[in-house]
Design a protein around this ligand. Structure first.
Ligand SMILES: Cc1cc2nc3c(=O)[nH]c(=O)nc-3n(C[C@H](O)[C@H](O)[C@H](O)COP(=O)(O)OP(=O)(O)OC[C@H]3O[C@@H](n4cnc5c(N)ncnc54)[C@H](O)[C@@H]3O)c2cc1C
Ligand code: FES
Length: 234
């Protein structure tokens, strides 16, 4: 499912914990997953040295993924390393919307991407699924600012928002969606340890009480990473 992730295990035994990376592409016919990641530290640096046919331990797919709601005008918002999962979501939504005809899907998927600067990875790959808008923090391309600045500049509207990105971006989107009365799904990219719901390293505060532990907590790896924005305290 778009929005799910896999946990990748570094070979170096000094780095025991797996690194979660979202599914950027799913090819069921070929049995392939595509992962797009930024080299952030030692684990991802090790992965970046892998070559074709090298083997790596992978656990997954994990997490719940985005609910694909066809027939609704959608805004897909990705910020930084939150951009890769939105690409598979765009494809899945297009497939569900079109149900055999591209005409039915026209105009339903709008994507807004937020980058630090003009190194705009994956941007062109969103174009087949609908209009794409972008913002850069340094103003070197597109709207200067963040994804919401781009939404306002282009006067975009939607019936549903799907988003993945840093916490300040998601916090702003949650407020925006509440103000406009738009249904909003957010994917949280919190630091994780076990990745399968056992260690509680990834809990976030929720508005609902968890039936098991009776506290206002959700495990991002197991209950998420995708949540309705109004269920999560950011
Ligand atoms: C569900 C999920 C999906 C993710 N999908 C992607 C993806 O598709 N592409 C991608 O590039 N990254 C993704 N990430 C972030 C990725 O997991 C981290 O960048 C990676 O684990 C860092 O490992 P490392 O050993 O290279 O760096 P570390 O040495 O562990 O950390 C290096 C730096 O990255 C920061 N960092 C570590 N974990 C995270 C995190 N979860 N989010 C943000 N910063 C972090 C650390 O604070 C530190 O500053 C995802 C994270 C989660 C939880
Ligand atoms: S990472 Fe262990 S419970 Fe989520």
């Amino acid at each position: 499912m778009p929005g799910q992730f896999v946990s990748l295990y570094p070979k170096d035994g000094s780095r025991l914990l797996p690194r979660p990376i979202s599914l950027c592409g799913i090819d069921r016919d070929k049995g392939e997953l595509r992962l797009v990641y930024r080299v952030a530290g030692a684990g991802t640096k090790e992965f970046s040295g892998l070559r074709s046919k090298d083997a790596i331990d992978v656990l997954g797919p994990l997490g719940n993924g985005f609910p694909v709601e066809p027939g609704k005008k959608a805004l897909l918002m990705g910020g930084g390393i939150g951009i890769p999962p939105m690409l598979e979501l765009a494809k899945a939504l297009h497939k569900a919307n079109s149900a055999g005809s591209d005409k039915a899907a026209a105009g339903l998927i709008q994507t807004v991407l937020g980058y630090r600067d003009s190194g705009m990875f994956l941007r062109e790959e969103f174009a087949p699924w609908g209009p794409v808008y972008w913002a850069t923090e340094d103003g070197s391309a597109g709207t200067k600012g963040n994804v919401l600045d781009a939404v306002r500049e282009h006067k975009l509207d939607a019936e549903v928002i799907y988003a993945c990105g840093p916490a300040p971006m998601l916090r702003a989107l949650k407020a925006y969606a509440a103000e406009k009365g738009i249904r909003c799904w957010i994917s949280l990219e919190e630091k994780m340890a076990c990745g399968v719901g056992a260690c509680l390293a990834c809990v976030c505060k929720s508005t609902e009480i968890d039936g098991h532990s009776q506290v206002h907590n959700k495990r991002i790896c197991k209950d998420g990473p995708v949540f309705p924005a109004d269920e999560i305290e950011l």
